[in-house]
Design a protein. Structure first.
Length: 407
């Protein structure tokens, strides 16, 4: 009975080893994150793998034949499972009846777990996969109020695969968190640690040392006295660049705080002078900057400014850049529409009334077409769908949508 039992275990081990050795990459199919730790130390995971491999071998004639010709005698040691992270991918077995002091070796890692990819860390330094535990760390959440806590969190990048999961779980982690209540935290596999900031506010930092690597975490913002009531208003809701450029400007008012307001940091492109900011605009569109207001207790409050619409009276106000785009003409009038077609073979321009009222329209001085819904405009040539066209709309007191098709 004992021989039969050992024989069955040996077949499972050989089949499992064949399953791993014939594959490529990481059998686990997981990343180097801790999500995989649930099965790294779960023996049932390996049992399931062996069972799957055994069934696969049984359904393959050649594999089954080789397995049936293998007899492994009782041994002094049970089947050995190589620790994930081992560089070996070999399976020790024999088709003879020769006795062995140990049974088959199963390696659940691939032959190679190296990776040539690089990842930018929290300190903007490229991380090379040199076999050591490395990655980035950041506070979650990244902004808190004084007296609250955050969780400094390490995200492992290297090594890859099962070997990396095991190495990350076994490594020693040494956290340094200045100005926090805890100050430091150490432990095996300690990828997260909670820190409370009760006495100081402002920008806080943390450092992690793991597997010989020193990692500078991204910054934590600890707010002190709150800043409320800030409003960032544009001096003018619309500016016209008239074919060149113009200046859009904003002003911040209404900020209140128990601590003195100390600064205004404007978003990229805006030149700030205390609570006012301005920028040069040279293209049509909407501009919506932000400004971060600070106080003496290190609080930072981001404020979104009012949108400035940038127009260009020297350029077409309406555009149909691709077929089936629609422009909305607010009422009767003369409109210049920029078209996106290039040397079209044919073209159709059409308009439809949103309210069902009658209207008439002509393109580039051509014959007028009257209608209410999806009426094609007469006298349209292929050239009307390239460059700029002039559309004269009459009789409409509400919106009319116009579009074009070309081929």
């Amino acid at each position: 009975m004992q021989k039969k039992l050992m024989y069955g275990l040996a077949l499972a081990a050989i089949a499992g080893g064949a399953f791993v050795a014939c594959g490529s990459g990481d059998v686990s199919g997981v990343t180097s994150e801790d999500k995989g730790n649930v099965f790294v130390y779960d023996s049932s995971y390996y049992v399931g793998r062996v069972e799957t491999a055994t069934n696969a071998c049984a359904s393959d004639a050649e594999c089954a034949k080789k397995a049936n010709n293998t007899v492994i005698e009782e041994s002094s040691s049970s089947a050995e499972i190589t620790e994930p992270g081992s560089s070996s991918a070999a399976v020790t077995s024999s088709a003879s009846t020769e006795k062995s002091s140990s049974s088959a070796v199963i390696n659940f890692s691939s032959a190679s777990t190296s990776s040539s990819s690089t990842v930018v860390s929290s300190s903007s330094v490229e991380i090379q996969d040199d076999g050591t535990v490395n990655g980035t760390c950041a506070p979650v959440p990244a902004t808190i109020n004084k007296g609250e806590s955050t969780t400094w969190t390490f995200t492992q990048v290297t090594p890859a695969g099962m070997a990396g999961i095991t190495a990350g779980a076994k490594a020693a982690y040494e956290w340094t968190m200045p100005k926090s209540t805890e100050r430091t935290a150490n432990g095996t596999g300690l990828k997260t640690t909670t820190a409370t900031y009760a006495t100081e506010s402002g920008t806080m930092t943390a450092t992690l040392v793991v597997d010989g690597n020193t990692i500078q975490c991204s910054a934590l913002q600890v707010n002190g006295a709150p800043i409320t009531g800030c409003v960032c208003t544009p001096d003018a809701a619309t500016v016209d660049i008239a074919g060149a450029s113009a200046t859009a400007s904003w002003k911040v008012t209404g900020c209140t705080s128990d601590a003195t307001i100390t600064g205004f940091a404007w978003s990229t492109g805006v030149t700030g002078s205390d609570n006012t900011g301005s920028m040069t605009v040279s293209a049509k569109g909407d501009v919506t900057p932000t400004v971060t207001v600070s106080n003496a207790e290190g609080t930072k409050q981001e404020v979104t400014c009012g949108t400035v619409k940038v127009t260009d009276s020297a350029a077409p106000e309406y555009e149909i850049l691709k077929a089936n785009d629609l422009v909305t003409l607010p009422k009767a009038g003369s409109y210049t529409i920029s078209m996106g077609a290039t040397n079209p073979g044919g073209c159709q321009i059409w308009c439809t009334s949103a309210t069902g009222e009658s209207w008439s329209a002509s393109v580039n001085g051509g014959a007028a077409t009257s209608g209410t819904y999806h009426a094609a405009i007469e006298g349209v040539s292929a050239s009307d769908c390239s460059g700029t066209m002039s559309l004269e709309l009459t009789g409409a007191t509400s919106e009319v949508k116009c579009g074009a098709n070309w081929w």
